[in-house]
Structures are given as C-alpha cells and as structure tokens.
Ligand binder design. Structure first.
Ligand SMILES: [Zn+2]
Length: 440
C-alpha cells in the first residue's frame, strides 16, 4: 500500500517536473560563461590578422559569433546585470555605479538593489548548481546551490593579511572563503611574469619621462587591476576544477581598464596629429584604421592573456562537451573626446562588444543579431528550462542544431535568500569608483 502511494507520488513529481521544465535535454548540459569587460573586434581583428592570436582566430572560425549589441549608457554595472538577467535596467534596478541617498550620501548599487533574479538563481530553482566568480554587482553574494565569489572578494589582494578575513562574507558559502585564501599570490613582479603583462606605468614613463602617471586614474591604479584580474584567474582555475556544477561563470576586467588609459601610452605629438591641433577633434575617417591598429598593438598583452584563459578551459577535458559563451559588455569608439565607451556624442551608437558561442550543437558563423538581453534566455534554452516573457531578449535558437520546446514561467526573486549589505564594503566601493573616475 505505502509502496503504491510512494510510486504514484514519484510519478506525479516526475510528470510535474516535466510540465515545468518542458522537454529536458537528454544529454547533460554544461555551460561556461567568460566575460571580458570592454573587449572589441576592432582591436582584436588586427591582432588576429597579424597572427598574434592563433587560438582566438581558430575559435572565431569554429564559433557562432557576433558584433554584440549593447545599450546606452554603456556602464558596466548596468550592462553586466542585463546580461545576467535578460532585462533592461528599468526592470533589474541597477541604474548606475552609485546613487545618492538622503543626506547626499553616495551609495554604490549592490546586489541588494537588484529587483529580479540572476541566471544562477533561475537555475537554482531547478536544482542546478552554479559557480559564479567576480560578476559585476554580485555583492552581497546570492545564496544558491554552488559557490558565489562576489566582486568584492578581489579586493583582498590589496589588503594586509590581518584584514583579509573581513572579506569572508564576500563568498557564499563563507566556508569556501578559507580555501580561496590559499590561492592568493601577492607578488606583483612574479604576477607580471606569470601572466606575461607589462608594467603599464613603466611603459607610460618611458614615453613621458617628464609626466606623472597620476594624470590617468586607471593608469595610476593599473597595478591593482592587474593583480585583481590575476587573482580572479587563480580563483577560477581553482573553483572550475574543484567544483562540480552545471554553470560556470567568471568575469575579467583588464581589457576595459587598459583601453581607458591606452591613449596615455602614446606620444603627445602623435595624439595632437590624430585628434587635431587642440587634441579634441574626431580623427579623420581615413586615419582611424591606423589609430585602431596602434591601440590594438598596445592591447596585445591583454588579449593574449584573454586567449590564454580561453584556451585553458576550452582545451580542458572537463569542459570537452561544454557550451562556451564568451562576451564583453561593450567595445570602445574613437571620437573627438578620445577613445571611450561612454560620454560619446549622441550620433555615435553604443560601441558593440564581442560574442562567441561554441559547443557541441553550435552552427559556426556570424550571427545576424545578438544583444546583451539574449544571453540569459539562450542559456535557459540550452538547459531546457522555461523562459520568462518579461525578459527583453530571445534565445539565439538558430545557432543551435537543437530542438528544445519553448516553455515559459515567471522568475521572481526569493527575498529570503538575500544576505545583508555591508557598509564597510559600500565605503570601499565608493572609493574605488572615485579612483576610476566613474563617480565624483
Ligand atoms: Zn564595461
């Protein structure tokens, strides 16, 4: 009798799960998302053509790829949240880097202000595990099946060892923090050798012996940013191998940071010639390819580092049958004000980022149109999970040789699974944003 009830119950649960999930894929799906802030084809393609990025060259041939459409304002906090939620900023609630509270107190937008679930929370609802590393606006970390290393963790690299433990709550579950502490390597010169990166302040000083690198905030802090990305590479290396998960996500920032100060690495007379007598004229159209080639050459160590990270996981037997989604949140544009991705004149559209999708059932070739809102629906589609009609994008179905049924549900945030924001962390974030020149 009990056995019979149990059997009926099991069958009911099974049927219900089918009803919710649509047709679950027969194969075990694994997805890896790697984000590289600010990476763009106009600076990658010249390096591919010059034979400098052989792995990415081959990857582009084997992948579905796109000029990745993004939205103004191309602020990283806003766009990466759109990528992870499938929604525009008026829905997800992350409107900027920071906002003013009463008493004119500046507060960074944090994960606490996010109004809708992120991809890893949607997967969590169906019992799928995620490893999430350094995603923008992910602190305080979400409580999910798996591991979340929030974007506050990377700051441990700047701290004295006695202060590091105060970052334990930047990782969920916090116990994982103590294992991650063991991967921290803080020798700057050894790090440069390991990841084959130049010291950008020395490069600047060679070109401008008489100047102070303080004239660019990002250049001034370039050593910290290099160390933070190297730490994230080590954390990813450790967790991608130690953890069994369905979704692995990691985010790197250096392509954006270096492009923000790249013009400072060029001689003044070159910039005057490129940007007119006062240095504030949009470069002539016929001169732009030459300037872009020069920027690309300066970016070579950064993109080679990106290539090393991509190759590491794509050639790893653990991820042999995984789907890889590689993307940036925006590119950069040349204009009268220099080389940037925001503060652009109205007639210059948001500079597209890069998108590459590779996997067992992917049709290679250029994707006609793909944008930041399409990533979350596409990953849900790959997992055979229901989509949400309130999302602003669509699954990129046509690039796959798959036939998944489209089902829909409504994904809502489970407020009980939120941890509280940390005011010390807020103060530090505001300081960092000021250092970057993102807020004043
Ligand atoms: Zn960005």
């Amino acid at each position: 009798m009990w056995l019979k009830i149990l059997k009926t119950l099991l069958i009911t649960v099974f049927c219900l799960s089918l009803l919710v999930c649509g047709s679950p894929p027969k194969e075990k799906v694994k997805v890896v998302i790697l984000g590289f802030d600010g990476a763009g084809w106009p600076t990658i393609d010249p390096l591919i053509a010059a034979g400098k990025l052989p792995f990415i060259k081959q990857l582009k041939k084997e992948s579905a790829w796109a000029d990745f459409q993004t939205v103004k304002p191309t602020k990283s906090s806003v766009v990466w949240t759109s990528i992870a939620t499938g929604k525009s900023m008026d829905k997800h609630g992350i409107l900027d880097f920071a906002y003013l509270k009463e008493n004119n107190l500046q507060v960074p937008f944090s994960n606490s202000e996010k109004r809708v679930p992120s991809l890893w929370q949607m997967l969590d609802r169906f019992g799928l595990r995620s490893v999430v590393i350094n995603w923008f606006v992910s602190d305080p970390p979400d409580h999910i099946h798996g591991v979340v290393v929030s974007d506050r963790f990377r700051r441990v690299i700047l701290k004295k060892p006695e202060f590091i433990d105060s970052y334990a709550d930047s990782v969920y579950p916090p116990m994982r923090f103590y294992r991650l502490k063991e991967v921290i390597r803080s020798n700057y010169r050894k790090t440069l050798q390991r990841i084959a990166m130049p010291d950008f302040r020395e490069l600047f000083q060679k070109v401008h012996p008489e100047k102070d690198s303080k004239e660019s905030f990002t250049l001034q802090n370039s050593r910290s940013f290099v160390m933070q990305d190297a730490l994230i590479e080590d954390v990813s290396e450790y967790l991608f191998h130690a953890e069994k998960a369905d979704l692995y996500i990691s985010y790197f920032r250096l392509p954006d940071i270096v492009q923000h100060f790249v013009l400072h690495l060029f001689p003044d007379d070159y910039l005057q010639q490129a940007f007119g007598g006062d240095g504030h004229h949009a470069p002539a159209v016929e001169q732009q390819p030459e300037i872009m080639a020069r920027i690309a050459a300066a970016m070579e160590p950064v993109y080679r580092s990106m290539e090393r990270i991509l190759a590491k996981y794509m050639q790893d037997p653990k991820f042999k049958d995984a789907y890889f989604l590689v993307m940036s949140d925006h590119g950069f544009s040349l204009f009268g004000g220099g080389y940037n991705h925001y503060g652009l004149p109205d007639d210059i559209p948001a500079p597209p980022g890069i998108l590459l999708i590779k996997g067992p059932a992917v049709r290679p070739g250029k994707i006609a149109r793909a944008g930041v809102f399409d990533i979350t629906p596409t990953v849900l589609y790959l997992f055979g999970l229901p989509l949400d009609k309130t999302m602003d994008g669509q699954p990129l179905k046509d690039i796959f040789t798959l036939d998944r049924k489209m089902r829909y549900t409504s994904y809502v945030l489970d407020k009980n699974k939120k941890s509280l924001r940390n005011q010390d962390a807020d103060r530090e974030t505001i300081e960092e944003l000021k250092t970057l020149g993102y807020i004043h």
